[in-house]
Design a protein around this ligand. Structure first.
Ligand SMILES: N[C@@H](CCC(=O)N[C@@H](CS)C(=O)NCC(=O)O)C(=O)O
Length: 213
């Protein structure tokens, strides 16, 4: 089976990258420069007309959407135990993945590019402020879910990787997580895994390479 992951530094494609590392999968990473608009090049649009990363090609056939890609990885590499492994637990995990994709990610996108989300009579500052408030409410819920526990389930699973990215991106965009000790502890726990260190090392190399060119 040939796996090709389309990835961009800093973007949410970090999550399937990390899970493929956890699974010990053999895969090729194709780096896109989102700022340069490489996600809108015709060759990429023919694979993913939604012009987004992540995208996973499985034997040349594209699969888009983080939730679907993560679920595919977890099911295809069962020995990595990236989902709880029984129906109720798996549905609880999908519930978290869906929440991160629909409850966190869109607000992070708004803070990243507020002008894109402005209608008449609304300023980028207001978009950022509302998105920050919405995120704060969601992070408080996550804080309660993580109180007294290292992981969302009894061990590291896919939702931990996805929430790691949400916290990382929020921090990079200036969202203050300092009053959320459980989220911060969770962030440290995921960040210290070999998979996360490998992905962040790769990201550093990409960033340095693009700085040099
Ligand atoms: N619903 C998609 C969202 C993916 C997404 O928004 N990716 C961003 C990076 S984090 C992207 O590729 N943006 C480029 C663009 O919008 O042109 C998913 O869950 O996979």
């Amino acid at each position: 089976m040939k796996l090709d992951l389309f990835y961009a530094p800093v973007a949410c494609s970090l999550v399937p990258f990390l899970l493929l590392e956890e699974a010990g999968a053999s895969f090729e990473v194709h780096v896109l420069n989102l700022r340069a608009g490489e996600q809108s090049a015709p060759a990429y649009l023919s694979l993913n007309p939604k012009h987004k990363v992540p995208l996973l090609l499985v034997d040349g056939v594209p699969l888009s959407e983080n939730l679907a890609i993560q679920t595919w990885i977890a099911r295809s590499f069962p020995e990595a135990r990236l989902l709880p492994g029984e129906t109720w637990g798996d549905c609880q995990a999908l519930s978290l993945l869906s929440w991160f994709a629909s409850g966190f990610h869109p607000h992070l996108s708004r803070i990243n590019q507020p002008a894109k989300y402005c209608g008449a009579g609304c300023t980028p500052g207001q978009v950022t402020e509302i998105a920050t408030q919405q995120l704060a409410a969601r992070f408080r819920i996550a804080e309660d879910l993580l109180a007294g526990t290292t992981w969302f389930f009894d061990r590291f699973t896919a939702p931990d990787a996805y929430f790691f990215w949400c916290c990382r991106r929020a921090g990079q965009l200036g969202v203050d997580l300092s009053a959320l000790p459980s989220c911060r502890r969770h962030f440290e726990a995921v960040g210290s895994r070999a998979s996360a260190r490998a992905v962040l090392g790769f990201e550093r190399e990409c960033t340095e390479r693009s700085r040099r060119t």
